[in-house]
Design a protein around this ligand. Sequence first.
Ligand code: C5P
Length: 136
Amino acid sequence: MSDTKKLVLVVACALVDSDNRVLLAQRPEGKSLAGLWEFPGGKVELGETPELALVRELKEELGIDTKVSCLAPLTFASHTYDSFHLLMPLYVCRRYWGTPQPLEAQALKWVRPTKLRDYPMPPADEPLISHLIDLL
Ligand code: C5P
C-alpha cells in the first residue's frame, strides 16, 4: 500500500536533574495537542543534525546550554498521525548549564519517572516512558 504522508523529524530530550527527575513541558494554547505534556524538543530544520537541533531547541525553549557530547540517544518514537508520520529520537541529557525557564509560555514540571504516566502526552510520546523507567 502506498502512503503519501510526509515524514516529520522531531527530536526530544529527557532532561534529568540530580534527583533523577525528568522535565516535562506542557504544549501551550494555540499549538496542536495543546495541554498535553511532552519531552522538550522540536523539529529538526534543514541542514541540522538531530543533536544540534536539540541543543538549539533547549536554548530557545528553556534557556539552557548543553553540548552534543552531553546527549545520549535512548530510543525513538515512530507514530502515524492523520496527516504525517512522526519520527522522534529521544535523547537523555544529564549535563546542562542554567535553570530551565518557560521561555515559550509553556508550563514546566520535574517528574519522577514512575509518575510520568500521570501526565497526558501525545500518543507518540507515551511509548517512550517505559524506556525511561527502565533507564532511571
Ligand atoms: O512541536 P511541533 O508542533 O513543532 O511538533 C510537530 C508535531 O509533532 C506536533 O504537531 C505533534 O503532532 C508532534 N509531536 C509529538 N510529540 C512531541 C512533539 C511533537 O507527537 N513531543
